[in-house]
Write a protein that binds this ligand. Structure first.
Ligand code: UDP
Ligand code: MG
Length: 139
């Protein structure tokens, strides 16, 4: 299992607000290389599958609604210790708890609409990357 890649989505709110450029700039400035990048929109079935681990949680319906309401930017990012370093860069799930200077502190509106996704393990980074990208789309 490789440890130098993670998966992210710039969620619909980031696309709607025109924050894609600033967020990608922050990601590359932090030392992540972009190995894959696309604008795409998840179907309801896609979002239900992607977030299946949360399907018993009270916020699941809203989460699926939010994540499918418009396009997202999906990306595979490369850096040593990618998963942990990217979670540090994005900050806590709830922007109210996120550290100063983190992406969620700067760009997220709420715990639900929190601007970005970041994989939580090397294994999930691989699964999530394969969910969104074919091998020929990764460089
Ligand atoms: N979420 C929510 N309410 C909550 C917790 C999470 O709407 O109380 C949403 C939020 O968009 C979050 C996603 O569900 O990013 C996945 O939750 P998780 O706990 O995996 O947070 P993350 O790994 O994204 O920080
Ligand atoms: Mg998570």
């Amino acid at each position: 299992m490789r440890t130098d890649r993670t998966f992210t989505m710039l969620k619909p709110d980031s696309v709607e607000k025109g924050n894609v450029g600033p967020i990608l700039e922050k990601i590359t400035s932090a030392g992540f290389r972009i190995a894959g990048l696309k604008l795409t929109q998840m179907t309801k079935a896609d979002a239900e599958a992607f977030y299946a681990v949360h399907n018993e949680r009270p916020f699941f319906g809203e989460l699926v609604e939010y994540m499918t309401r418009g396009p997202i930017v999906a990306a595979v990012l490369e850096k040593d210790n990618a998963v942990e370093d990217f979670r540090t860069l994005i900050g806590a799930t709830n922007p109210a708890d996120a550290a100063e200077g983190t992406i969620r502190k700067m760009y997220a509106a709420s715990i639900g609409e929190n601007a970005v996704h970041g994989s939580d393990s090397d294994e999930n980074a691989e699964i999530e990357s394969q969910f969104h990208f074919a091998g020929r789309e990764l460089f």
